[in-house]
Write a protein of this length. Structure first.
Length: 189
């Protein structure tokens, strides 16, 4: 029995080393995988991709209304406002991080912060990968948006990555898609 096992293992290794990934995939029966060698072959069901758990250590979707996600987004907007004030003081009104606020500095108390997309990752603390939209608090007009990663180490936050700018057209599309998915979820539940 041990010889059969090592013989099978050698055959699989040879197949892996000598074949391309597509050729290997063609030889594997993905519907029934043998889990243990025996006279009565036992099989296990292959779980579809959308039902698998997220990879350990990877990002997982987060609810855009989750309190910690919203707090991280508000922190990012405040950090952006502070960053731009410092850049202005140091450079005498130089280039801004994002063009949507080129005319005037973003003031965190004058904008509505809208979390458009959110993912979280457990590390020594939590990473929040966010897409944030900003609207003027008085007019409701879209100012733009941005992507960022906020690191939250047990309540102490910092922006670890300033990502790409998001234009108002894209902000609107993301908001519309989120609303559509929310409505579909309400119909199913």
């Amino acid at each position: 029995m041990i010889r059969q096992y090592f013989g099978l293992l050698s055959a699989v290794l040879a197949l892996v080393l000598l074949q391309s990934p597509s050729t290997i995939a063609a030889h594997i029966d993905t519907q029934h995988l043998v889990t243990e060698p025996s006279h009565e072959s036992k099989t296990t069901e292959v779980v579809p991709q959308h039902q698998r758990r997220n990879m350990v250590g990877g990002y997982a979707d987060a609810a855009i209304s989750e309190e910690r996600v919203v707090d991280a987004a508000k922190f990012a907007v405040s950090a952006l406002a502070q960053k731009q004030r410092l850049e202005e003081e140091e450079e005498g009104g130089g280039e801004r991080t994002y063009t949507f606020n080129a005319a005037a500095a973003i003031r965190a108390d004058e904008v509505n912060v809208v979390v458009l997309e959110a993912q979280k990752q457990v590390v020594a603390g939590m990473n929040y990968r966010l897409t944030i939209g900003l609207t003027d608090r008085t007019s409701g007009e879209c100012l733009g948006g941005f992507k960022c990663i906020v690191y939250d180490r047990f309540g102490e936050m910092q922006v670890s990555l300033w990502g790409n700018q998001v234009e108002c057209g894209e902000v609107g599309l993301i908001k519309a898609e989120a609303k559509r998915q929310d409505e579909e979820g309400d119909e199913e539940g």
